[in-house]
Each structure stands twice: as C-alpha cells, then as structure tokens.
Ligand binder design. Sequence first.
Ligand code: PLP
Length: 430
Amino acid sequence: MSKEFKATEYILQSVNTGKQFKDAGWTLDAPGEDKPSLIRAIYKKKQIDVKDISHGIYRFADWLPIHKTLEGSSAPITYKSKGLAKYLGLSKLYITFSGYWPEIGSNFPTCSFKETEAYSVCGRLSSEEKKVLVVASAGNTARAFASVCSENNIPLLLCVPEDYLDVMWFNKPINDCVKLVATKSGSDYFDAIHLSNLACQLDNFIAEGGAKNVARREGMGTTVLSAVHEIGKIPDYYFQAVGSSTGAVAAWEANLRLLEDGRFGNNKMKLMVSQNEPFIILQEAWRADSRDLLPMDDDEARKKVETIIAKVLSNRRPPYSIPGGLYDAMKDAGGDVLTANNEELLKAAKLFEELEGNDIHPASAVATATLIKAVHDGTVNKDDLIMLNITGGGEEKFKRENDIVYLKPKHIFDINPDLKTLKEVLDKLF
Ligand SMILES: Cc1ncc(COP(=O)(O)O)c(C=O)c1O
C-alpha cells in the first residue's frame, strides 16, 4: 500500500550531451541518442529537506525519482565510530550501515543496501504499470527486490542461477506475486542476465535496467545523504566495495547535488572503491589510465570469481566506461581502486565485529580491509573525514533472531533457452 505522497519533481539529462528531457515513466536511455550514456535526474528542489526517520528511505524523497512510497523501508544509518576509529587512530571515521542492526535503528530484513535500490525503483514504477518487472541477480539484489515486491504486491520475475539459490532466504514466506526462476546448475550471473533479457523481449515484461535506472542509483545514493545529514559536511573520503560500481557512481552524483545544495561544503569525496583479489578488473583499467576495461579471458575471469569470498563483487561488465560511469566519476572526484584478498577481508570482518559489535558481509569487509591498509600506508590521514559504507551486514544476527524460509524456483531453465519455451513457461506463471 502506498502512502499519500506528492510525486518528486525532476527531469532527466543525458550525461553525454547534457540534453534534458521528461521521464516517460521508465526512461533508461537518452531518447534519440546513439552513443550510450547514463542519464541523470535533476531535481526541482535544490536544497534537500530530510524528513524524520519514520519515513524510512523516503526521508530522502526530495532526491528520489519517485511518485509513490512503499511500506516497510528503513534508511541507512550513519554513526561516528568509536571502536574501529580508536583502533586505527582516526578522529573522524563515520560508518554508514545498511543491514540488520535494530539497536542502531537499521532494519533491513534482507541485510544490504540493495534494499535502498529496490524501494526507490519500485517507488518509480507506476501503479498503473501492467507489465511485470524483471530483475536478474546472484545475490543481495534478488533478495531485496523479492522482499520489497512481496510486501507491496508488485509482480516480479526474478532470474537467479540455480547454484546461488541459497541467497533466497527470508524471515517470512514470499507473496505469490514474486516468481523466481533459475538458470540450471553450472550457469552464472551472466546466464541469469541473459534469461532476463530474453524475458524482456516478451510483451508483458519490463527490464529493471540496472545502473541505467536512475532510481536504482538514487536509492544507493541515500547512503551518502544519510552520512552528510548526520555529519553536516561532505566527507573527504568515501570507502565502498564495488562490483558493478553503481553505488560509487551514485555516491558521486549525490555529492554533486550536495555541492549545489550549498550547505555542506564544496569538496568532492575521493572515491576509494575496492575489489576482492584476484578479481580486480576495475583496478587494472583504472591504474592503466584506460577508459575501457582491459581485455579479459572469460574462463580466467570465471576462475578468479570462484576463488573470491565476496562473490557480489564479481561483475564482469560494470558501467565503468560509459559517460557518467565510474571512470568519469573518479576522474572528476579523484580516488583509487583498492583491493583486499580473502585473508585480509576475513580479518577485517572479525575486527569490525569485535570493535563495532555486529557482523558484516564479505563485501563490506573488503571496504573495511582497504580502509585499514589506507591508514597503515598513509593514504589517508588521522584527521581526515572518512565515510565507510558498510553496504551489508547483520545477516548472522538476523538469522539468529529469526526463523528462515527459502523461496523455491518455479522453473529451472537450460542455459540459453529458446524464446518459445520461455514464453510458454512464463505464460503459465503470470
Ligand atoms: C553488500 C554489497 N556491497 C557492495 C556491493 C557492490 O555494489 P555496486 O558495485 O553495485 O555499487 C554489492 C553488490 O551486490 C553488495 O551486495
């Protein structure tokens, strides 16, 4: 059920050409432009009016491209670190936490910042929309969309590789408006994406759009809005683990908007994004000063992905080169692509739990590990204002405190099914 809400006023703009245009409802690309580009939302309200915490993620609605709000959301929570800060000798370390930690006010039942995306994207979706939203994921995004759509009765087709079905855990049964389908064992995230693309060729389905969906980015950007609202100032450094890097692009975009707002300083946060070794395609491209990702052998990439613990950081085609993507963001704001190996991330997760008091996802542990290294090697100084984006956490705590049920797939497809078979199955499901 949507609350009474006056739609946020905004227009869209092509990053590549600067051309502005109206949102036709679900615009993902700049109309009439051949060269791919991210599009950006430009809000009528230049100074954000942050509402109280009871509005959940929609406390930041002034800067979300939505026309309705949904039930059940929680906003990222930012607090000044004591334990980790003292251990590292940092005087201004702020932690933004998106996950399960009711004691600090963070109540994400799917335990990651992907829920911010889902609430923003579904708030953009028209209530009149007859088509079924399609999302492909191998991790936290799948769980977030399933939960938000289930709570709010939004039809959803979710495509997940069979080998990743153990991510589909919840604390209550998922409403039947959410249909999970899988690509058979041995397939990966890219096969699930392929299946979702095929489904979107059918009349009845609409692609969520990933990084191209402004609502997805703005949802993730609320982590920065939360931090700046709490601190009163734009941080010097932003630490986040990345796979697609959409969150870091969103952080940069939120920063640009905060500059226009004018009340929070005039600096751009250095984007300290991080990957799990040995899967480090963004670092390789960035350090080679290349706008294009360097050529990569698919089999080699797959092998590397197998070894990393933070599997959600394994996107092989991140929006790095596209105008408005990570390359542009880091060229504009500064920063670096850092890395941590499995051992370092496990140590960092343990340290975080001991010093801060909650478990964190492996991806968040990668970000924490790179912060620790950046302090030790002098990349950041003791008095720098630092935001550590803990993008997922509290999962172990949540599972201890809740009974867990798993969502089962309605159908398991062969890798690359033909369109006719797919249509027959989906016709029966919806
Ligand atoms: C917990 C967590 N952290 C970080 C990321 C990376 O996010 P992105 O690269 O989309 O900004 C993901 C992606 O799934 C995630 O689930």
